[in-house]
Design a binder for this molecule. Structure first.
Ligand SMILES: NC(=O)c1ccc[n+]([C@@H]2O[C@H](COP(=O)([O-])OP(=O)(O)OC[C@H]3O[C@@H](n4cnc5c(N)ncnc54)[C@H](O)[C@@H]3O)[C@@H](O)[C@H]2O)c1
Length: 330
């Protein structure tokens, strides 16, 4: 029997990569549910529709009535990716983050608690821990949560709601916390796509502050493999960090891209820093490594090369074709 998997937010960056990966494993039937507020690639979503193991609902998780259409069966697993995600908007508005990432999550949890899913995976972020000092050890799962921007706060609040449902109703859930993803289908305003696309057109590349902000980068396909491990073998009630083990500063990342593309470092221009909540983020992923035998397999350089080649082939106008306003989704 095929496993029935519901992916919420499956038209976004991680969702498209995840569904592409799951559809290659023929023993899954995928339902994708997304409001298409921030989706990545129309062509790929259309390609998915050709698979007999796939169906799509354009539904907003904040609309509990419409959710009834999606929960027309019992799912083996719900992978909850739908969220208002990080970005420059985090600095501008707050309410939408909590509407979607907390109330929207509760609407899905209500369905799970009524028996519409056997396992619920809440895809959270390493940003719930907050930033690290230069010499601090990467965070383990039992670290104190200390989010430092609205996005991370709303994701941490979503986690708290999931935990409340686990304790109160015995909801069968797992929480994952992942570090910074990069790879194909990422929205163009993110660091790596921006650098690649600007470099392709010999346009200036803005470096915020001194460019020494450090992130733990994970290739999106390694993240998808970790999620599949958790779908199959993850233990209910647990939290798993999913890290890349590849800490790199913004400057290092930009220089690697420019060098690979044979572009001059003069394209980089330092601009005023923006306060997005911390200089260094990194996760300890030993728990998933030792309990589920997962580790990130893609070297930072080879993942970067694959990403550059992908953006060079899929020009950005196509990538962002169906992007709609992401400010309001009611
Ligand atoms: N990208 C990362 O580096 C990263 C790291 C750790 C965790 N995460 C988490 O992974 C998940 C996916 O992230 P992503 O980078 O693919 O983001 P994304 O913004 O590309 O995708 C999010 C998707 O959710 C959909 N969505 C938003 N609001 C919705 C709503 N109200 N109803 C239904 N669908 C809605 C969007 O249309 C979009 O397709 C998020 O929960 C995010 O917090 C991302």
């Amino acid at each position: 029997m095929r496993k029935e998997i519901l992916v919420t937010g499956g038209a976004g960056f991680i969702g498209v990569n995840l569904i592409e990966y799951l559809l290659n494993e023929t023993y899954y039937h995928i339902t994708n549910m997304d409001s298409l507020t921030h989706s990545t690639n129309e062509e790929t979503l259309t390609t998915f529709l050709r698979s007999p193991n796939y169906r799509f609902f354009q539904v907003n998780i904040c609309n509990p009535i419409k959710l009834n259409e999606v929960f027309d069966r019992q799912y083996d697993v719900v992978i909850h990716l739908a969220a208002k995600t990080d970005g420059i908007e985090t600095l501008k508005s707050s309410i939408d983050f909590f509407d979607v990432n907390v109330i929207g999550t509760m609407n899905i949890l209500e369905k799970v608690r009524r028996g519409f899913a056997k396992k619920f995976i809440y895809v959270s972020t390493g940003k719930v821990y907050g930033a690290l000092g230069e010499k601090d050890r990467p965070y383990t799962e039992d670290a104190f949560l200390n989010p430092s921007n609205v996005y991370a706060e709303s994701k941490a609040s979503g986690e708290m709601v999931v935990r409340a449902y686990m304790k109160t109703y015995g909801l069968p859930a797992i929480i994952t916390r992942c570090s910074n993803n990069y790879g194909p289908y990422q929205p163009q305003e993110k660091l790596i796509p921006t650098v690649i696309l600007n470099a392709l057109e010999d346009k200036e590349i803005s470096i915020y502050g001194d460019g020494h902000h450090i992130r733990d980068w994970i290739f999106v396909k390694d993240h998808c493999k970790a999620l599949l491990k958790i779908v199959e073998h993850g233990k209910l009630g647990e939290i798993y960090n999913i890290g890349g083990g590849r800490e790199r500063s913004t400057m290092d990342v930009v220089k690697l891209i420019l060098d690979y593309m044979n572009k001059d470092h003069d394209l980089m221009k330092h601009v005023a820093d923006r306060d997005d909540g911390g200089r260094r983020y990194a996760l300890n992923w030993e728990k998933i490594h030792f309990t589920l035998q997962w580790k990130p397999l893609t070297s930072f350089y080879s993942g970067l090369v694959e990403t550059i080649e992908w953006y060079a082939e899929n020009n950005f106008k196509k990538v962002d074709k169906i992007r709609k306003s992401s400010t309001s989704i009611k």
